[in-house]
Design a protein around this ligand. Structure first.
Ligand code: UD1
Length: 422
């Protein structure tokens, strides 16, 4: 298992190029199953979640080759409709293959995603929507067996919560279904828009992506296309946090600034100076951050749950008390005890809110990464701390951040990856 050794208290300065968005690439990779033929996906990040989806594609009988951030998928020989348990467990979001497999093969057999490090992972919203579209589902012994009785058909689906995964699975099943599907209270994330842009290029008829109501008119078939994944807004914001926590000055290349509208004001509230010009963003950070009055995770366009841990790292060294509330996941404060090992002053109230009183400086310590985003929070704390921080279990981080250590080193961080035998 690899770990990072971070020697902190160094100001970061320089330019970083952004990677493509993991949360766009995964559903789009699943969508390539819907077009029998060769799809070309540019700006695919080279991370372990993408490798896991490539393994799933190959298991299903497709050819998939990733080279220099371009993924070429040929799904014409897809000959299976099941995903074995070990491949399902490789990646938390492998459930996004469900809708596409059903739409292509009329049946699917997948394992439940099970619990994960963020809490229980229900998929009731996905399944009830599929049932409305004519899928017969048997849930037994952790296995979901689905078959379409006649043909998938459109339906009116009102989501009680704008679930990202459920919205994606409904879209993936609806594009080739008979008739019209209307999703109300749909997720509005830019990654949903990217998935729809890809599908529309393939010939799908989708209207309203990015809004609360999405209309999908089923078509008979889709043709493969060439698509470029949008930049990763979570990675962009995390790198902004790396500048903020070190009093640094970073330039990010390749951003879409509107995707950062929910976070830029928070960095400004903390005293950072941000300039955006076309696809470049410059963040200049003060020596000490001001506290954040209240950060509450919400569905997009609200503040993302995927940035909660990183913002908590910023709060630990800000000049005053900040409040953070986690509204999306039940168990997303696993980084708290680790940050406290480094000297952070955090009081958790219930499972959803915490008050963080900033300290002048954290001290390096051995800490354990618990999930993808929490791992980066610990790296951020390590960058700000006095002395050496050892971040164990960085495989979590490799799920979503490409060559993170190299990128941070290039802008002045002292961070080293140590590979250890299991
Ligand atoms: C969620 C986040 C997404 C983030 C990802 C990984 C939101 C809205 N979604 O997406 O931004 O990238 O985690 O951290 O912020 N739920 C149900 N039943 C279902 C599906 C979901 O009760 O069938 C509940 C979940 O328990 C959770 C919430 O809805 O509390 C978020 O679910 P959803 O958006 O579906 O999760 P992801 O797609 O993983």
């Amino acid at each position: 298992m690899a770990k990072f050794i971070v020697d902190g208290n160094r100001r970061l300065q320089g330019e970083v190029d952004l990677q493509g968005a993991k949360n766009s690439a995964l559903p789009i990779i699943s969508a390539t199953l819907l077009c029998s033929g060769e799809s070309v996906i540019h700006c695919c990040p080279i991370i372990s979640d993408i490798n896991a989806s490539i393994q799933i594609l190959r298991y299903l009988g497709c050819s998939a080759k990733l080279s220099d951030h371009t993924l070429i998928v040929d799904s014409k020989d897809m000959n299976r409709c099941d995903i074995p348990e070990n491949l399902m467990n490789e990646m938390r979001s492998s459930i996004v293959f469900l809708g596409a497999i059903i739409a292509r093969k009329g049946k699917a057999k997948l394992y439940f995603p099970g619990g994960c490090e963020l809490g229980p992972r229900p998929i009731d919203l996905h399944l009830s929507a599929l049932r409305k579209m004519g899928v017969i589902i048997d849930e037994r012994y952790g296995l979901i067996t689905c078959r379409v009785k006649d043909k998938l058909h459109g339906a009116k689906i009102a989501l009680p919560f704008p679930s990202v995964g459920a919205t994606e699975n409904i879209i993936l099943s609806a594009v080739l279904a008979k008739g019209t599907t209307i999703i109300s209270n749909a997720a509005r994330e830019p990654e949903i828009v990217d998935l729809c842009d890809y599908l529309v290029k393939c010939g799908a008829e989708i209207y309203g992506a990015g809004e609360s109501t999405i209309y999908i008119y089923g078509v008979d078939n889709l043709t493969p296309t060439v698509h470029t994944i949008i930049p990763d807004r979570i990675v962009a914001s995390t790198l902004m946090a790396a500048s903020a926590v070190t009093g640094g000055e970073l330039i990010l290349n390749g951003i879409i600034s509107s995707h950062l509208d929910g976070v830029i004001p928070l960095f400004e509230e903390a005293g950072c100076n941000i300039k955006v010009r076309n696809s470049k963003l410059k963040i200049d950070s003060p020596n000490r951050l001001k506290p954040f009055k209240s950060v509450r995770t919400m569905p997009y366009p609200g503040f993302p749950t995927d940035l909660q841990a990183q913002f908590m790292a910023l709060m630990t060294v800000s000049e005053g008390a900040s409040l953070v509330t986690e509204n999306i996941w039940e168990n997303r404060f696993m980084h708290v005890p680790e940050l406290m090992r480094m000297g952070a002053n955090i009081n958790v109230h219930g499972h959803a809110s915490a008050i963080v009183r900033g300290v002048k400086r954290l001290s390096g310590a051995p800490v354990m990464a618990t999930d993808l985003r929490a791992s980066f929070a610990l790296v951020l704390a390590g960058l700000a701390a006095e002395g050496e921080t050892v971040v164990n279990r960085v495989y979590h981080l490799d799920r979503g951040y490409e060559k993170l250590d190299e990128k941070l080193r290039a802008v002045g961080a002292d961070i080293e990856r140590i590979k250890e035998a299991d």
